[in-house]
Design a protein around this ligand. Structure first.
Ligand code: ASP
Ligand code: MG
Length: 412
């Protein structure tokens, strides 16, 4: 039987009724002749609650116990989904990550999948089981401890299973009916895309679009998994969703596919750092060790002896960044006059594979922001994206203006 992977996110399994509705979709695919691997998230809100328990119990918690606690939400929904399917007379059973076993690295709370042996589950399919319900987000480390894959990790579980089992497709069921040109909460002109290229989805996900975990898109791209994002809230007949496909499969597209944003960014500037070989290493080494996720980096032209270094990071990492830099200064590893933090910025990005072959896309973005009187603080570009840092109060305006300027409300 062809194998299909169906992943249900937290809102799609938020109540017993929602689990029943999800199970009906699974039942339909079984009736269509598939063996199905269902990957479930925890009920919505559950993982946040568990994270809260851990943080309240032990602010400097043992990451292994954090994983033991926060992985448990998925165990509940996996068992409930299997029971629901059994009530519908569909042969099903649940699997926790360690039972598969889904083997990961030992990087707790951010583990990477190493291996998914298919033998155990395949044997059950051969014996007549129709649905394997697998708890998403979790695995087992080489040391035999429970691990988790980082927030949103069930998407990655689903894609990894699709790759390991050679699934015909990986359907990600969520509360939106696909991937949009931008967040529909910011502009009602946001349009659902029928298709999007892996590269674009990867950029959008890493630039702040929350619909898929970035790692899941990387995996799907690498293993050529047919990936579809669709809503479990729509009528079953009306569920085309968005297909994430190789670039070659996109016939017509806009130069810009989407506008992404990340609201809670901060900009830090070190003034008057010595301009000599090794200074960037001396600054960003301690930041990396402090697990600060540095994003954009700008080094000013030197005045001969000193230069300014600016970088951005998530706003909740500013304290850690400041401490790492001040400690490095105290230890004599770096020298700077001032450390200036601006915690009121956001990042707005335009993404599209069409940028490779079209000139003037960045210029148009900058003109659009100028026309709205929005000052740009930092710019970075890659082959298929341009990102700017602007004051957070302009986030909505910037997204709306760019969405209009690049005609994203209309298909190409
Ligand atoms: N429940 C986990 C989280 O909220 C994993 C997931 O839903 O993808 O991050
Ligand atoms: Mg998610």
């Amino acid at each position: 039987m062809p194998i299909l992977v169906m992943k249900f996110g937290g809102t799609s399994v938020a109540t017993l009724d929602r689990i029943r509705r999800a199970a009906k979709r699974v039942g339909r695919e079984v009736a269509n002749g598939h063996d199905v691997i269902v990957i479930v998230s925890a009920m919505s809100g559950e993982t946040n609650k568990l994270v809260g328990f851990v943080e309240e119990t032990a602010p400097l918690y043992d990451a292994r116990e954090y994983d033991a606690v926060v992985s448990s939400g998925e165990n509940v929904t996996a068992g409930l989904m299997a029971l629901t399917l059994q009530e519908m007379d569909i042969p099903a059973r649940s699997w926790q990550g360690w039972q598969v076993p889904l083997r990961t690295t030992s990087a707790h709370a951010a583990a990477r999948i190493e291996e998914i042996p298919s033998a155990n589950i395949m044997r059950k399919f051969e014996e007549g089981m129709k649905v394997a319900v697998v708890a998403g987000f979790q695995g087992i480390s080489p040391e035999g401890r429970i691990t988790t894959l980082g927030r949103g990790g069930s998407d990655t579980t689903a894609v990894a299973f699709a790759a390991a089992f050679g699934a015909v497709r990986c359907d990600i069921y969520t509360d939106v009916d696909g991937v949009y040109t931008t967040d529909p909460r910011i502009t009602s002109k946001a349009r659902k895309l029928d298709r999007i290229a892996f590269e674009e989805m990867l950029e959008l996900a890493s630039l702040g679009a929350k619909v898929l975990q970035t790692r899941s898109v990387e995996l799907a791209m690498r293993y050529k998994v047919k990936l579809r994002v669709l809503s479990s809230f729509e009528e079953m007949s009306d569920e085309a969703g968005t297909l994430v496909v190789p670039e070659e499969d996109i016939v017509e597209s806009n130069v810009v596919a989407g506008v992404a944003y990340s609201r809670d960014e901060a900009k830090l500037t070190l003034t008057q750092v010595a301009d000599r070989p090794g200074i960037a290493a001396a600054i960003f080494g301690p930041l990396a060790e402090a697990s600060v996720n540095v994003d954009m980096i700008v080094q000013n032209i030197s005045d001969g002896g000193t230069t300014d270094m600016t970088f951005s990071c998530p706003v909740n990492e500013v304290k850690r960044a400041e401490k790492a830099l001040n400690d490095a200064k105290a230890a004599g590893q770096i020298d700077f006059t001032q450390l200036v933090a601006d915690t009121n910025v956001c990042k707005v990005s335009i993404v599209g594979i069409g940028m490779r072959s079209h000139a003037g896309v960045a210029a148009k973005m900058f003109q659009t922001l100028r026309d709205e009187g929005i000052n740009i603080k930092v710019i970075t570009t890659s082959e298929i994206k341009v990102s700017v840092l602007v004051d957070r109060k302009y986030l909505e305006l910037a997204v709306q203006a760019l969405h209009d300027a690049f005609g994203l409300d209309r298909a190409a």
